[in-house]
Design a protein around this ligand. Sequence first.
Ligand SMILES: [Ca+2]
Ligand SMILES: [Ca+2]
Length: 303
Amino acid sequence: MGEGAARFQLVTAIGVSLCLGAVAVAPAAEGASFDSGPLTYLVDSERALPASDQTVVRQCPDGARLVGGGGSIAGAPSGSSINRWLFGAAPVDIGGDPDSDPDDAFTTSAHNATGEKLKTTSVSICLRQGEGGLNYGVETDVMSTLAAILIREVSCTGASTGGGIRIDGPGADVLIREGYRPSRHEWAGGARKQPTAQNRDVKTVAVCIPNDTRKVRYRSATRTMGADKPRAVKVPCPPDFRPTGGGIQPATGLSADVALLQSRPYDSKDPGKAPDDGWTARLFNSGSSVSVDFDAVCLGPKK
Ligand SMILES: [Ca+2]
Ligand SMILES: [Ca+2]
């Protein structure tokens, strides 16, 4: 672990515990729904209170299944210490449906270590009814007291459309480092924790669509990110393709001292305001300059 990791500060917080099994759904304060082609984008936000955790989750409509999603905490630290971060951004199973697949909602959990309220947003991306075959790979790991970083690759069947990672328990001493697509049928997530933190359960999820159903395109852009400059990078989808997943992968692997602040679909101000044009991600880098791949996964027409 790099020297900069010490700057990932332990902040006392009132934790909102997120059970790693089924998730209860709370109503969101600001919600919007956008239909785009075969997809529905559900965008919800809540204000994370100072020194607190906030979890945002909204269920896909009846008959639709989750194909991907993303989330963010607003703004970016202006100094060299990280003061906000994500510790959960992943598909989940909602208690009450007959299966245990994480096919019901995307959940985003953020920790706010500032003194002001910060908007936390989660986007569930749902494939409407009539299209079967979505399948989900799930792996649960325990990050022991000795581990500072965990990176887990998960596979599923077909072409990966997205995925995510979430860490059980409060968010003051854990964060998401990265999320990316290691191969066509995989998703990967990275978690980081303070060495002093207790053992934590980490769940990583991959979502796949069968190869014979819809076209999937992967797009990426590589940028060199300097320390303490948390700018967002957008990766557009091709025409007739819509974003279902994306994220970041630091090229220097375990030595990179980064945290994910935003990974979600964006709107390019075309008609309709649907966030269906590409993927945007923002990271905070408290170490030295690092090369980062920014990924977008784009779902297209039927084959
Ligand atoms: Ca389910
Ligand atoms: Ca749009």
